[in-house]
Design a protein around this ligand. Structure first.
Ligand SMILES: *[C@@H]1O[C@H](CO)[C@@H](O)[C@H](O)[C@H]1NC(C)=O
Ligand SMILES: *[C@@H]1O[C@H](CO)[C@@H](O)[C@H](O)[C@H]1NC(C)=O
Ligand SMILES: *[C@@H]1O[C@H](CO)[C@@H](O)[C@H](O)[C@H]1NC(C)=O
Ligand SMILES: *[C@@H]1O[C@H](CO)[C@@H](O)[C@H](O)[C@H]1NC(C)=O
Ligand SMILES: *[C@@H]1O[C@H](CO)[C@@H](O)[C@H](O)[C@H]1NC(C)=O
Length: 321
């Protein structure tokens, strides 16, 4: 880890239920259900397992450009943020066993409720009251995001090129999510999300700016695309995979009110790999008129004449069991 100009260890800790017993992941889910309105079932969207060894849901190194306050020199600072569902004692013990070189102490941890962690992820300083979430007047912040999956370690030279490019853009952060572990155990076809075993990490390039106007937009979008172009040799290929939740209109976009199959196949394979075909079959069965759509939605099967190819529905039904 010597190549990071500044290493800032920061760990966020989230416990929703105060309890003296060790907090298990299943226990956390029960707690979440108890504390969640039944009309908003967060519970359903969280992957659960009998094995309670899985309790860290996020651990993201986050490189960002920082200015040295005395010299004015720009550098890249890397924050390691872990969002752990359990007590700080348990986390400190775990990290000191696995990453003793980090020297994590309980003072690096902040225990908070789930809703307080939402305020944290929205980039407010620690201690900001949760009532800030009621403020619906947002500052205008423009952004451009792109994402990549990395399967081979990056060399120091590549990391240095990334740093240089980031310093040129300045208003950018990289959000890096490590893979392996539980992510590698889940089959690529178990859910629509296909990016599982074989990935070292996922990276989001996120450029954000507040200057209004087309010139600022053009500059930041161009620089972000240049960074992604520079990364081409070092990331996933055929297809160059992308994360559907970080919508990137550079990888294909439909006109209003239509979902063109050939256009969709390009972004669809990047977002869903082989699962794309099954998603098309499901879409064709459930929403044949393409009522639900956005510029990067799943297409229906192309129509032939005034209908689908004869016998397609039984085929779909058997394909999705
Ligand atoms: C829990 O982990 C053990 C050991 O890795 C494994 O044998 C078992 O199948 C797992 N159980 C579940 C429900 O995933
Ligand atoms: C700022 O630069 C000075 C002089 O090079 C250095 O001693 C100091 O550690 C730097 N501060 C940070 C936060 O990097
Ligand atoms: C709400 O947010 C806006 C934009 O950040 C800010 O200008 C305003 O003061 C905030 N209002 C309150 C009541 O905090
Ligand atoms: C945008 O850039 C062009 C070309 O450099 C310049 O002529 C124009 O005045 C700029 N517009 C704004 C709003 O800054
Ligand atoms: C798309 O469809 C909506 C709803 O039918 C309609 O209001 C809108 O004008 C259409 N847009 C275009 C560009 O055709």
């Amino acid at each position: 880890m010597k190549f990071f100009p500044v290493l800032l260890s920061f760990l966020l800790l989230s416990v929703s239920c105060a309890t003296s017993a060790p907090v298990s992941f299943d226990g956390f889910l029960q707690c979440l259900t108890r504390k969640t309105q039944s009309t908003l079932p967060i519970f359903d969207s969280i992957y659960t397992t009998q094995n309670t060894s899985y309790d860290s849901i996020l651990h993201a190194p986050m490189p960002q450009v920082k200015k040295n306050s005395t010299t004015g020199e720009k550098t890249v600072e890397v924050s390691f943020i872990a969002h752990f569902l359990g007590s700080s004692d348990k986390l400190v013990a775990l990290l000191n066993k696995r990453f003793p070189e980090l020297g994590i102490q309980s003072t690096d941890c902040h225990e908070m409720s789930w809703v307080e962690s939402i305020v944290f992820w929205a980039d407010y300083p620690l201690g900001t009251p949760i009532s800030v979430l009621l403020n619906t007047t947002n500052m205008a912040v423009y952004s451009k995001g792109k994402s990549d999956y990395v399967k081979e370690p990056l060399s120091k030279d590549v990391i240095e090129s990334i740093w240089k490019h980031m310093i040129k853009i300045e208003k950018i952060l990289l959000d890096i999510n490590p893979y392996g572990g539980r992510m590698a155990e889940i089959s690529a076809t178990a859910t629509p999300y296909p990016h599982r075993a074989g990935n070292l990490f996922h990276v989001m390039y996120y450029t954000y700016w507040t200057e209004a106007g087309i010139n600022a937009t053009n500059r930041y979008v161009r620089l972000t695309r240049e960074l992604a172009d520079m990364m081409t040799p070092y990331v996933s290929k055929n297809p160059r995979e992308a994360y559907q939740n970080y919508k990137d209109l550079d990888i294909g976009v439909n006109q209003d009110n239509q979902t063109d199959f050939a256009t969709a196949a390009v972004y669809g394979m990047k977002y869903y790999k082989d699962n794309f075909a099954r998603l098309v079959l499901v879409k064709t069965m459930i929403d044949p008129e393409n009522f639900f759509k956005n510029k990067q939605s799943i297409p229906t099967l192309p129509r032939v004449g005034d209908g689908y190819i004869r016998g397609i529905l039984p085929l779909i039904e058997s394909a999705i069991g």
